[in-house]
Design a protein around this ligand. Structure first.
Ligand code: P53
Length: 485
């Protein structure tokens, strides 16, 4: 038995345009930074190619053909009782190059139709402006978010879609998982994260300090762009609810050694400045001190600071998948900063998915409490959570009890956070309610869906949709307001 949530709780699911739509060069769409990512696998990073190279496998080119199938797919979401559905607008459908003088009408019309369809079905659209899919042209011509001009180009895009959809969409978020790039030195995922957040790719052998400085600068421009978009959005429609979006993961100390605990705190601070700026409109003291001490003082103007203060977010959108354990690698805490002094180690207390992601439902309740401690009373929407797993179809059925187990345990913790801890969580959108292309690996076989899609890692298959066992489970959870887990 779960704890009952209010009628207005936003139950639903979330995807991103580049992982689902396909039609990468249809309807006037330009090439995005996702369109030049090849397929990888667990432990094998996706390759970032110089443009589209013939003969390579680019899974985002086809996605799950959602561009053509969204009506039938949304009907299945409605069948589960979805109250909300999150997707992104593909920036390159609106401004194919990012710096075009006028928007692409065919792209605007596509989302008009999609949002109409959601509203017709009684499903609240929750829309991400920038989900790892900026125009590739902005990378080749501007150097991605290392260029201050990206602020105005993003704001123009935001203003265009805010204006166009002001009567169709209420819930927005700016940059997906903006703080992922803080992990830019991670061996397998670091390159992916700074690419997808900022469109930055470093030549081999670039010193970590140099990468970090570039990330800090790009992150600042993204935060200013977000803050300006928030202000403009509110001017266009005061009812807009506009959020910042972060991946959150609890960090646990490897032991009760004080150095481990301090290392946890430093590792947190290396990421938390993004949410502090989103929510409070100011850089935290330790970021300022870090930038000064390391000489990484980025280009931050007084006008930027003013924009940050004036453009704080209405809510936090979060993704939650896993937790990590931090171990100090030095006893000299003077060495603890974004690049030094600690490492991530396995957690012997939890199990992991086939992709090595720690399964930690209690960590979700912990994280929600931690966020509410940091930003008391700020509404939180869980806009991603889920279990990437291999599925097997037997006689047209997928018995995905492992996925139900994962989701059930996580939803139960969300309900405790709301009912027992009083945290203002306003929605739970599970990731990939229909199977889509994995962002991290490009695989189709890393599946999150309640709905199975018959496509493999090479993009082969009928594309047929099947309801998995988890489909009925989620339907019953929503219908019972979370009681019938
Ligand atoms: P996949 C890690 C790695 C890549 C993307 O991930 C990530 C994360 C989690 O922080 O972020 C989100 O598909 C992202 C989605 C993505 C989802 O996690 O690699 O916002 O686009 O699909 C799940 O299993």
């Amino acid at each position: 038995m779960g704890l009952k949530l209010n009628d207005d709780f936003l139950w639903g699911g979330a995807i991103a345009a580049h992982q689902a739509e396909g039609a990468w060069n249809v309807g006037g769409k330009g090439v995005s930074i996702a369109d030049i990512l090849t397929a990888g696998a667990h432990g094998k990073p996706r390759e970032i190619t110089d443009g589209v190279i013939e003969g390579l496998n680019y899974p985002n080119h086809h996605g799950i053909y959602f561009y053509d199938t969204y009506k039938a797919d949304l009907a299945l979401m409605a069948e589960m009782g979805f109250k909300a559905f999150r997707t992104s607008i593909a920036w390159t459908r609106i401004f194919p190059n990012g710096d075009d003088a006028t928007p692409n009408e065919e792209g605007l019309q596509f989302y008009d139709d999609m949002f109409d369809e959601m509203n017709r079905l009684g499903i609240e659209p929750v829309i991400t402006l920038n989900h790892f899919e900026m125009p590739y042209h902005l990378v080749t011509e501007y150097g991605g978010w290392s260029d201050r001009r990206l602020i105005d180009l993003f704001v123009k895009y935001a203003e265009t879609v805010f204006t166009r959809y002001k009567d169709k969409v209420t819930y927005w978020m700016t940059h997906n998982e903006i703080s992922n790039q803080a992990n830019l030195t991670d061996e397998t995922m670091g390159e992916f994260m700074i690419w997808t957040n900022s469109g930055l790719k470093f030549p081999e052998g670039t010193p970590a300090e140099e990468k970090l400085a570039a990330m800090v600068q790009a992150g600042h421009y993204e935060l200013v762009a977000s803050a300006k978009a928030v202000q403009i959005g509110h001017a266009i429609n005061p009812d807009f609810v506009i959020g910042g979006m972060l991946n959150v993961a609890p960090l646990y100390p490897a032991s009760s050694k004080p150095a481990d605990m301090l290392a946890v705190q430093k590792a947190r601070q290396a990421r938390d400045w993004f949410s502090d700026v989103h929510v409070r409109g100011e850089y935290p003291a330790e970021f300022e001190a870090f930038a000064k001490r390391t000489g990484m003082r980025p280009d931050i103007t007084e006008e930027d600071r003013e924009a940050l203060r004036a453009g704080t977010v209405d809510y936090l959108a979060i993704s939650y998948y896993n937790s990590f354990v931090i171990k100090a690698t030095s006893d000299d805490d003077a060495e603890f900063d974004n690049l030094h002094g600690y490492e991530i180690v396995p957690n012997p207390e939890v199990q992991v998915s086939d992709w090595g992601w720690a399964i930690d439902p209690q960590g979700l309740r912990y994280t929600l409490n931690e966020l509410n401690d940091l930003y008391p009373g700020l509404p939180i929407m869980i806009v991603e959570n889920g279990f990437g797993a291999y599925d097997e179809v037997v006689d047209g059925k997928v018995h995905d009890q492992y996925r139900i187990d994962y989701l059930k345990a996580h939803v139960a913790e969300v309900e405790k956070a709301v009912v027992m801890d009083g945290i203002p969580v306003i929605g739970y959108l599970s990731w990939g309610p229909i199977d889509i292309v994995s962002a991290g690996t490009g695989e189709m076989s890393k599946r999150y869906g309640y709905i199975y899609v018959d496509l493999d890692d090479m993009g082969e298959g009928s594309g047929e949709r099947l309801r998995k066992d988890s489909f009925d489970w989620y339907k019953q959870v929503i219908a019972s307001h979370g009681v019938d887990l």
